[in-house]
Write a protein that binds this ligand. Structure first.
Ligand code: NAD
Length: 345
């Protein structure tokens, strides 16, 4: 997958086993979060870190950030985390001299970043009270909302989501903020989650209609917004989906990037690529790392996802290629162009 570097980190004393993938640093230091997961094998972890770090290259490039793509995975049960364990990981990050910058991802939180930050400067996503940018989720949700509006403009001829039937899968950090934007705009919102209490609480608080997780793919809806897991767009679900647009915050929505991107194109579903529209979070942590963090500017930068998404959907239509492919080509073109600029002193 064209990576620059894959680092294997191991520490006997704390039991730390981690991988750091640096995919491309043409635009700047490789920024991407650290995920902790009890992988079934080392091979599985390697595949994950390679895939995720490549995705960050494209995400950061399309967001207009001067940051490359990287990601780290820590192998094992999150219960293993201790101060020493996290600081040992921080030492490994520091050893790369700023080629890789870490942040939170699955099973890692802002207080973990504080421990990592005791050993390295190359960490971002710290709590607001510690001078960080705080929770990135509202920014991510805003970007998803912008991307959804762009996809709506393409599919329905108007960016307005008023009266559109939108199904949001997952009422977690991203889902709940997205629902607020949609309700405010007068959309007809249906929501689901595997945790019934959480689902009912959000439905009650927002006025959205709660539905069972199992029926989401069969709903009569205009827009499907995956905001839970990856790989929900696959051989089984594409046949069932009746929506005109897919736009959501979840990472890696297409189970098979090439195959399922093409199937969506053939079915006439407008797909807003996930790594393009869920970049608000990385825009937020990137701004924190690069210095002079300003929440208002972060939201302004995230708003641009609307124009970027529309441009990519137009390219996809003109060239009759899947939107995912159009997005990757656009990201690669920026990396190549800026790489040449950097050759001059
Ligand atoms: P979260 O854990 O807060 O929320 C996910 C929600 O999905 C949970 O409420 C969970 O119960 C629910 N869920 C899980 N499986 C489900 C299923 N089968 N059906 C319905 N609901 C299900 O996570 P989050 O931070 O909101 O992130 C959501 C997605 O967006 C993830 O894929 C994440 O990688 C991605 N993402 C998040 C951010 C961010 O800023 N938080 C940034 C970029 C991408």
């Amino acid at each position: 997958m064209d990576h620059e570097q894959l680092v294997i980190c191991h520490d006997e004393a704390t039991g730390l086993k981690a991988l750091i993938g640096i995919h491309n640093t043409t635009l700047g230091p490789a920024l991407g979060g650290t995920r902790m997961w009890p992988y079934a094998s080392e091979d599985e972890a390697i595949t994950d870190v390679l895939r995720l770090s490549r995705g960050m290259t494209f995400k950061n490039a399309l967001a207009g950030l001067n940051l490359g793509g990287g990601k780290a995975v820590i192998l094992g049960n999150p219960k293993l985390k201790s101060e020493a364990f996290l600081r040992r990981f921080g030492r490994f990050v520091e050893s790369l001299g700023g080629r890789y910058v870490t942040a939170e991802d699955v099973n890692m939180n802002t207080s973990d970043m504080e421990f990592i930050g005791m050993e390295t400067r190359h960490v971002t996503g710290l709590p607001e009270v510690k001078g960080g940018g705080g929770d990135p989720s509202p920014v991510t949700a805003y970007g998803v909302y912008m991307g959804m509006k762009a996809a709506a403009k393409k599919a329905f001829g108007t960016e307005s989501l008023k009266d559109k039937r939108i199904a949001v899968q997952g009422v977690g950090q991203v889902g709940k903020y997205l629902i607020d934007h949609l309700i405010k705009e007068g959309a007809n919102v249906m929501v689901t989650d595997i945790f019934e209490d959480k689902l009912q609480a959000i439905a009650k608080a927002t006025g959205a209609q709660a539905i069972a997780p199992s029926i989401i793919y069969d709903l009569d809806m205009d827009i499907y917004a995956p905001c839970a897991l990856g790989a929900t767009i696959n051989d089984d679900t594409i046949d069932r989906l009746k929506c005109a647009v897919i736009a959501g915050g979840a990472n890696n929505q297409l189970q098979d990037e090439a195959k399922h991107g093409k199937m969506l194109l053939e079915k006439g579903i407008t797909y807003a690529p996930d790594f393009l529209i869920n970049a608000g979070g990385v825009i937020n942590v990137g701004a924190e790392y690069l210095g002079g963090y300003n929440r208002e500017i972060v939201f302004q930068q995230t708003e641009k996802i609307f124009d970027t998404c529309l441009g990519i959907l137009n390219k996809a239509e003109n060239e009759q290629i899947p939107a995912q492919q159009a997005a990757i080509e656009t990201a690669k073109a920026r990396i190549e162009a800026i790489g040449k600029v950097k050759l001059s002193y």
